[in-house]
Design a protein around this ligand. Structure first.
Ligand code: EPU
Length: 417
């Protein structure tokens, strides 16, 4: 199994090109199920989750062509297998995103229940509730969600909490439903907006995306389109945190400040000097960061997907930072691993109190989810000696060539067996 070896090595200097966003690419790939025509996508990140989604879609009969690793053409004319099997769904929860589009276009879908995952129980009851409100008949049998509807009907749906993939599933269902749907308490994440923009290019009639009320007027059919996936705001934030921890000056290209303002505000509070322009963000850090306190909440507040990386930064910061994780109940798996590197972190329920130490020390560490793994890699950049991050298949799910990108700005990092 691959590992990463990181040797603490002083400041980072140079440029990194940010990839397309994983969490926008996944729903947009699934949106290809909504039409028989070709959806052409560019700026698609080369990630294991993107490969898994392609495998899932191919298994349904989707024609998937890739002449360049970042460009994909999907043609849904011969989709005939309306099933997302357990073997794929268990490796990637986002597979649930095929439910809404399959049901909307074909009137039928079977998707394995995702079950629990490392960061919490993560139910999909809101996806089901919303589709039922649109007239779907849904049964849970043998571990599968079995859904049917002759044609979905527009409905007003208010989810009990803000759910990103829930909003995306209901949005993709509503675009082909008969009549108007109003999605209340909708997720405002930029990835939801990117999906809506792609659907609009395909002929969907959507307004209010980016606010908490999305209005969709269903149409009879969608057509092919071309769409460039938005930049990955979490990859962007991860490299910004890496620079805060290691010090130095790094320019991030192919990204934009407007999608991560809450993160930039916290980095400034921690002492980072940040500038941004059209398509780029630059960060400079020449001192030890100051600890910051934060609470994770739905967009536009601070993202749960950046919590672990800020924990790593606080671990070596001056002072004490208090972190509250309010989205997932079990997203502190990196704490015990950071502690093995010498971090001083005390967790009580949803709250973690991080007392900064002068230096971490390299160790062999392992994580059970994507962002936790990223936090260990960037902690390793400033640790004394060698850090080995085990089980990096988690990282490969969501970071494109992280070792090449960090190595390109001077980090001493290599993939080993
Ligand atoms: N929830 C329910 N019932 C539902 C849906 C959600 O109880 O039917 C709960 C969840 O258990 C959680 C909260 O609502 O406590 C919010 O979960 P949400 O549905 O928003 O999460 P998600 O859609 O499954 C996406 C991202 C995650 C990101 C979260 C929160 C994708 C593919 N995944 O997950 O990304 O952490 O939103 O922003 O978009 C990652 O990239 O590392 C990652 C985990």
């Amino acid at each position: 199994m691959d590992k990463l070896r990181i040797t603490g090595n002083g400041p980072l200097e140079g440029e990194i090109a940010i990839s397309g966003a994983k969490n926008a690419a996944l729903p947009i790939l699934c949106a290809s199920l909504l039409t028989a025509d070709t959806l052409r996508l560019t700026n698609v990140p080369q990630l294991r989750d993107v490969m898994t989604t392609q495998k899932l879609l191919r298994g349904m009969g989707m024609r998937v062509m890739t002449d360049n690793v970042h460009e994909i053409e999907l043609t849904g004319a011969s989709v005939d297998t309306l099933v997302a099997p357990y073997e794929l769904v268990k490796t990637m929860r986002a597979s649930i995103l095929v439910l809404g589009p399959m049901l909307a276009r074909f009137g039928e879908a079977q998707v394995s229940l995702p079950g629990g995952c490392a960061i919490g129980s993560r139910p999909v009851d809101q996806h089901i509730k919303g589709l039922q409100a649109m007239g779907a008949e849904i049964a849970i049998e043998h571990g599968y969600i079995k859904a049917r509807a002759s044609r979905l009907k527009g409905a007003r749906v208010s989810t009990d909490m803000v759910t990103v993939t829930g909003t995306e599933n209901l949005l993709m269902a509503a675009v082909l439903a008969e009549g108007t749907s109003i999605l209340e308490n909708a997720a405002r994440e930029p990835e939801v907006v990117d999906l809506a923009e792609c659907l609009i290019k395909m002929g969907a009639r959507i307004s209010g995306h980016g606010t908490d009320t999305i209005v969709v007027e269903g149409v009879e059919r969608l057509h092919g389109a071309e769409h460039a996936v938005m930049p990955d705001r979490i990859e962007t934030g991860t490299f910004l945190c890496a620079t805060m921890i290691a010090g130095g000056k790094v320019l991030l290209r192919n990204t934009r400040a407007g999608i991560l303002e809450s993160v930039l505000d916290k980095l400034r509070e921690a002492g980072g000097y940040i500038e941004a322009g059209d398509g780029w963000i630059a960060i400079e850090m020449r001192s030890r960061p100051k600890a910051v306190s934060l609470r994770t909440l739905p967009y536009p507040a601070f993202p749960t997907d950046m919590q672990a990386q800020f924990m790593a930064m606080n671990a070596i910061a001056e002072g004490t930072g208090v972190i509250a994780e309010t989205i997932f109940e079990n997203r502190y798996m990196h704490v015990s691993e950071l502690a093995r590197m010498g971090a001083d972190i005390h967790v009580d329920g949803h709250t973690a109190v991080v007392r900064g130490v002068e230096k971490l020390s390299g160790a062999t560490v392992m994580a059970t989810d994507l962002r936790a793994s990223a936090s260990l890699v960037i902690a390793g950049l400033a640790a004394q000696g060698e850090t080995i991050v085990d089980r990096i298949y988690h990282l490969d799910r969501g970071y494109e060539h992280i070792e090449a990108k960090l190595g390109g700005v001077g980090a001493k990092i290599e993939r080993i067996q």
